[in-house]
Design a protein around this ligand. Structure first.
Ligand code: UDP
Ligand code: MG
Length: 318
């Protein structure tokens, strides 16, 4: 059986089309399937509509979270609930077209454990596209694992990989595409053209997107921590040399840039140096804080999502 996990947050205008296009594509998957819609605390008509979908189509199962926990948590909840031999993750706004799924499944049946989508073209603003590009390249440079460029959450994962994610990756901060890459096994990317959102507004606010980017970097790299060492060297070595120069300048009292040491007050250089160092130290403290905060959340081990209801209409069998 195939499980399809779709996080839904205020997608009332997309649900009907989603159902239609999924049902139309279903025969091409050539297998029994379940569709798990994870309601991530929607406040529009989506919850009612999902329930109606589940009532008329027993392939649907609705997991309702107790509030909005965010996209990555919603995906994690869905993946944990899925019972299929493979799990597909896709968005609820039809940016990931259901018509493409059979290509992913074909690769999975060929023996690949993770088939992830690589976005060739994005139909988003220039600014957003550039931000994504820069982010994935920085992440690629500094992360401990090899996270494929421009790969999103849209993928098929074999049961093996899903089990690793569910049972052996208990972390609170969930950057699913990173965890998936970390899991390893046989992975392959398939390129596809990311569609424009079918209807409704983007649910990822700038704040949520920034959080996702920071999670990607801080959860999969300790490079920012090492930055302190590098910057420390970078500042300390020239400062040391400059210090020696000042002593020699004072002792020999020769003219440098037209002034002897006695004529040079040096207040400005002191002030600049102080502020510069102060800035660098605050930055490093901020980075330490970022990791400390993450450790704090991990140590508390709070559930990263809470399920309010798990609904499936089993009447008539499945
Ligand atoms: N989503 C969610 N919780 C959130 C934000 C988004 O479950 O807090 C869902 C949303 O309904 C959609 C998917 O995550 O199915 C991707 O969100 P969106 O299309 O807004 O972002 P994009 O990835 O296109 O930038
Ligand atoms: Mg979208």
């Amino acid at each position: 059986m195939i499980s399809i996990v779709i996080p839904i947050y205020n997608e009332e205008d997309n649900l009907e089309m989603l159902h239609k296009r999924l049902s139309e594509s279903a025969p091409s998957w050539e297998d029994d399937y379940e569709i798990i819609l994870v309601d991530d605390g929607s406040r529009d008509q989506s919850p009612n509509m999902m329930r109606k979908l589940a009532d008329k189509d027993s392939h649907f199962r609705i997991i309702s979270l107790s509030r909005n926990f965010g996209h990555q948590a919603a995906i994690s909840a869905g993946i944990r609930a899925a019972i299929g031999d493979c799990v597909i993750v896709m968005d609820g706004d039809l940016q990931d077209p259901p018509e493409e799924l059979h290509r992913f499944l074909a690769k999975w049946r060929e023996g690949f454990d993770v088939v992830f989508a690589v976005r060739t073209k994005r139909k988003e603003s220039f600014l957003k596209r550039t931000a994504y590009k820069v982010f994935y390249r920085i992440l690629g440079l500094i992360s401990d694992i090899n996270i494929p460029l421009d790969s999103g959450d849209f993928c098929v994962m074999d049961r093996k990989v899903v089990d690793v994610l569910n049972k052996e990756m208990p972390e609170q901060s969930r950057f699913v595409r990173g965890l998936r890459a970390y899991a390893g096994f046989k992975q392959i990317g398939i390129s596809y053209e990311r569609q424009a959102r079918y209807a409704g507004e983007v649910k990822y606010t700038f704040k949520k997107l920034l959080k996702l980017a920071l999670d990607g970097i801080f959860d999969f790299s300790t490079f920012p921590l090492k930055l302190a060492t590098y910057l420390g060297f970078l500042i300390a070595i020239p400062s040391f040399l400059l210090g020696i120069f000042f002593v020699v300048h004072r002792l020999l009292n020769f003219k440098f840039l037209g002034h002897t040491a006695e004529e040079t007050p040096g207040l400005a250089s002191l002030a600049v140096g102080m502020f510069f160092l102060g800035g660098v130290m605050l930055l490093i403290m901020g980075i330490l804080g970022e990791y400390l905060g993450r450790i704090y959340y991990e140590v508390k081990k709070r559930p990263f999502y809470v399920i309010r209801e798990d609904y499936q209409n089993n009447q008539g069998g499945k």
